[in-house]
Design a protein. Structure first.
Length: 204
């Protein structure tokens, strides 16, 4: 069973539908008993870093995630904001503390706003940096993005893929049983479904 964390930060329904399309059983929840039963955990998210951390805190799910992901080593996938909150802190709307699972920060994309618009919206090429089971059998590494902020890991070995929009930025990270993607696999058609299938097939 796959637990998709519901903390009122958008797009959980589309992630749920994508996982259901792959034939998996899904619990859309922030309840301890359902997360404990799960084999894999997905944290989606659309919105600001500060709001995301506030709602995760208010939901009471952070200690549960720390137990299940950091201690029990269950496979975890953060999507968009769900990846960003894994950082130590974020700079969106002031400085906010993150989960601290990935050393580093989340900052605004550094682009020439006379030439490019923020947020970065649309399809873009993702370049694989190091081999990862997450991208296995993904033929076309073109994914759908919508964001203005990016994760900048301190340890470059955590970066498994990058993308370019005015600057090169982190598109995907991996650290032990923890994965994160800046793009939206649930909106990225066949490539996105293949990536989600790879995550569901992953065992730490």
């Amino acid at each position: 069973m796959i637990a998709i964390i519901d903390y009122n930060m958008g797009n959980v329904g589309s992630v749920r539908n994508a996982v259901l399309a792959l034939g998996a059983e899904v619990a859309l929840s922030s309840k301890r008993e359902e997360i404990e039963k799960a084999t894999h955990i997905i944290l989606p998210g659309v919105g600001t870093f500060g709001d995301g951390m506030a709602r995760l805190t208010d939901s009471g799910v952070i200690p549960i995630l720390e137990t299940e992901v950091l201690e029990k080593k269950k496979p975890f996938l953060g999507i968009c904001l769900g990846m960003q909150v894994m950082a130590e802190f974020g700079e969106e709307g002031g400085r906010h503390k993150g989960l601290g699972w990935i050393k580093g920060q989340v900052r605004r994309l550094e682009i020439d706003e006379k030439e490019l618009c923020l947020p970065h919206i649309g399809w873009n090429d993702v370049v694989k940096k190091t081999p990862s089971s997450l991208f296995e059998n993904v033929i076309s590494c073109v994914f759908y993005f919508i964001h203005s902020y990016v994760l900048v890991p301190e340890e470059k070995s955590n970066i498994i893929a990058s993308c370019a929009y005015g600057e090169k930025f982190t598109a995907a990270v991996e650290k032990d049983n923890i994965f994160g993607v800046q793009f939206h696999p649930e909106k990225s058609q066949k490539s996105g479904l293949t990536l989600l299938r790879n995550f569901l097939d992953y065992h730490a």
